[in-house]
Design a protein around this ligand. Structure first.
Ligand SMILES: Cc1cc2nc3c(=O)[nH]c(=O)nc-3n(C[C@H](O)[C@H](O)[C@H](O)COP(=O)(O)O)c2cc1C
Length: 505
């Protein structure tokens, strides 16, 4: 997909547009995740408190429905410890590419996921919490503003949170809370987020697992309707607040939520749904939906119809692109106005350019062509290693491919950042290397071919590095060179002890 919306996080996650489906418990099941990821976004399966069997089955189902990347969302604090350990094991065994965690910070979970080369996202509600998550090993932070639907971690509005966090964090930042349209996406990108996490707007889609009662309440709700309450607390840590639409519970007509008295108001198969629990109405439930938690974010007034998820994603992206183009045009006009008033370009500047040419340094244009060439190659590398990790039965081959995939994605993000910094246009292409690799059915032979591709990157970097003047870019490309050297060495070691053909499949 050729889109100006691309940000470095797209390559880290393996998606085309920086729109992430929030891992809504119960609601974000395989159909919705597959629809969002197929359309170019990144889906998160909402698997809080689900059995490892369901998690495994849902992951397999998404993979049967689409070939794109997706992740799983879990909540340690809301899950009995034994079940949580089994959930993690299911994600690791299925080699999902990413896991998003929320509410409490589990150092142990993050370490287990990182050891398995799974990308860790943490959703937080404050800057202090973001720093703690990064220290614990989170690789992507989701800043959740107080506008969010569902459980709300903090009390700070999203825009304030982003303005505070973006300059301080060194890991990619995503924004969640009240975003339902392209203007919202463009705004958070302007405030330093690399993408948006969207819940409520995807709840009201054809593929979401929410019950139609909940979807109808969302599309008919007025803008100011959602409120925060602690009334829905059964099966969650105490004092957790949720943002919901008003109903008989929030209006106090169902008695005192904290009296200790328990009433069954519905069922999901053999499971009872209790009054004041955090369960929201789902497709497979029966019961008194009006009294359940009707989660909704503050952007609810902007959602007036139930649409296919891909259509919703595309319209949000198209609108965001329009907004960004407007901002860019305004910026370009301002620069042109300034230039018209300015004295002719400084002689110093010309002297430096002439100096650079004389010393053999690459021009900005040459550097941009080079960075885009690498970007396409690394993207191909990230895709093919992800695919090979999934296909491999040999654990050591799968693990190695997964680790290389993360490195390749990291380099993509670095290259895209530099291309943007140099005011260039990032190529949306994936190098031909991907197709060539995919045609190699034997996975060990493919891994050898991937190593040759890594060798090509090393050669190109060695050729170009002496011509890079900028210290920062030089340091980043050197790190990329060393990283590739190291991965080539590790692959060679592993491949030296494996059969030449056939056994990796
Ligand atoms: C129905 C619903 C269920 C949610 N469940 C979860 C969950 O299980 N895990 C999680 O990390 N966040 C959950 N959230 C919060 C989202 O991650 C995200 O912060 C929120 O949806 C963003 O706000 P928005 O709904 O206004 O887009 C849920 C949100 C909703 C609306």
């Amino acid at each position: 997909m050729n889109t100006p919306l691309q940000t470095p996080i797209c390559d880290v996650l393996g998606c085309d547009v920086p729109i992430v489906l929030a891992g809504m418990g119960g609601v974000a099941r395989s159909d919705l995740v597959a629809a969002v990821s197929s359309a170019g976004g990144f889906g998160l399966l909402g698997m809080v408190r689900e059995s490892p069997e369901l998690i495994t089955a849902e992951i397999a189902r998404v993979r049967g429905l689409c070939e794109r990347e997706f992740g799983v969302s879990l909540i340690p604090a809301a899950t009995p410890p034994e079940l949580f350990t089994a959930e993690l094991a299911a994600c690791i065994a299925a080699r999902v590419s990413a896991v998003a965690l929320f509410w409490d910070l589990s150092y142990e979970a993050i370490a287990r996921l990182r050891d398995a080369s799974i990308l860790v996202l943490c959703q937080v509600g404050s800057t202090e919490e973001a720093h703690a998550a990064v220290r614990a090993g989170a690789q992507i932070i989701i800043a959740q503003g107080a506008e969010a639907g569902g459980h709300v971690r903090g009390s700070t509005a999203l825009r304030t949170l982003l303005a505070e966090m973006a300059p301080q964090l060194r890991v990619p930042l995503l924004a969640a809370g009240g975003i339902v349209d392209g203007q919202g996406v463009a705004e958070v990108l302007g405030l330093g987020a690399q993408g948006a996490v969207i819940g409520t707007a995807f709840l009201a889609t054809e593929e979401s697992f929410a019950h139609d009662y909940h979807k109808q309440r969302i599309i008919t709700a007025s803008a100011g309707a959602p409120l925060r309450t602690r009334a829905f607390h059964v099966n969650w840590p105490p004092d957790a607040e949720v943002r919901v639409l008003p109903n008989s519970v929030t209006e106090g007509r169902r008695g005192d939520p904290f009296s200790g008295h328990r009433t069954v108001i519905g069922a999901e198969g053999a499971r009872s749904i209790w009054l004041f629990s955090t369960d929201s109405p789902l497709r497979d439930m029966t019961g008194d939906f009006e009294a359940m938690a009707l989660y909704a974010g503050e952007g609810v007034g902007g959602i007036t119809a139930i649409a296919p998820a891909a259509e919703r994603l595309r319209s949000i992206c198209a609108e965001a692109e329009q907004h960004l183009a407007m901002v860019r045009n305004d910026g370009a006009q301002a620069v042109a106005d300034k230039d018209a008033d300015a004295v002719p370009a400084s002689q110093l500047c010309y002297a430096r350019q002439a100096d650079d040419l004389y010393a053999g340094f690459a021009t900005r244009e040459e550097i941009l062509v080079f960075l885009n060439e690498l970007l396409e190659a690394e993207r191909a590398g990230a895709r093919i290693t992800a695919r090979t990790a999934l296909d491999a039965k040999d654990e050591s081959l799968a693990g190695l491919m997964q680790e290389i995939r993360h490195d390749e994605a990291r380099w993509c993000a670095m290259l895209l950042t530099w291309i943007t910094q140099l005011n260039g246009t990032a190529s949306p292409r994936i190098g031909d290397f991907y197709g060539k690799c995919l045609a190699i059915a034997d996975l060990y032979a493919r891994a050898r071919f991937i190593n040759r591709g890594q060798g090509w990157v090393v050669r190109r970097l060695k050729e170009m590095l002496p011509r890079i003047r900028d210290d920062g870019l030089h340091a980043d490309l050197t790190a990329m060179l060393l990283g590739h050297d190291e991965n080539i060495r590790r692959s060679e070691m592993m491949l030296a002890t494996t059969p030449s053909e056939g056994a990796g499949n």
